[in-house]
Unconditional design. Sequence first.
Length: 279
Amino acid sequence: MYHQFTITIPEPYRDALGARLITIGSLGVEEQRDSLIAYFPETIDKELVLKELDLLRLLLKNLVDPVNLTVEYALLPDTDWNESWKKNFTPINVGTLFTILPPWERPTKGRIPLIIDPGMAFGTGHHETTRSCIVLMERYTPTVKRERFLDLGTGTGLLAIAAYKLGFITVIGIDNDPLAIDASKKNLTLNGVGSVELIEGNITSMHGNYDMIAANLISGTLVNLAGEIASRLRAPGIAILSGILSGQDEEVAAAMEQAGLACCEHLRDGKWVSLACRR
């Protein structure tokens, strides 16, 4: 069972709200035409989530130009959630090499398949940030040694699997969400990948240096982790950073540059920006 909160809120406020919901424990947030749908594990205290949303509703109501926020709640059986994402999960070509597809679809001839069954980790690869990460990985892999790759916040393991198929010898995916680790393990099996190491934890528990680090997180987290990311990237390595809203990329780039990295590309896809920064 999972808690489902359907939150109707104007578009300009959705990304900030989505990031906040992830921070307080959401397993994932799905954006609809006029709302956000946030999913929480059964163990979460739903009253705490409702209290957080009530506080936000009050703040928005008291703006000079008041903003309306409404919330609908449901306790969602596993089967209902599984059916909801399956309806919208279709194959998608990413970059020049890859096709992301669910287990029930046939691979596209001439392209490298990335087979993903997200479970409750919410990561099918359709999001702009995930696609941009793969595009940048494909673009910059020929410029670095393919010895060690770190996927920070691995989620469904999608970027770690792509790194393995790009030829990296040692690939590590790390995430502090046990559901993400479980989903990643299943996806490694689906893709016939047995040598990717999965770790439950965060970057502070990682040792050694890497030739490429991918971190599809959020801007504030990337800023806070700039020093940790830079210290684990060996020259002439590349850090691929995503989950950044347009307008926030300069702040992330500045934090990375202060930590010793030079940002060599800002890749824009809609309202999202992904960075490639070199040691």
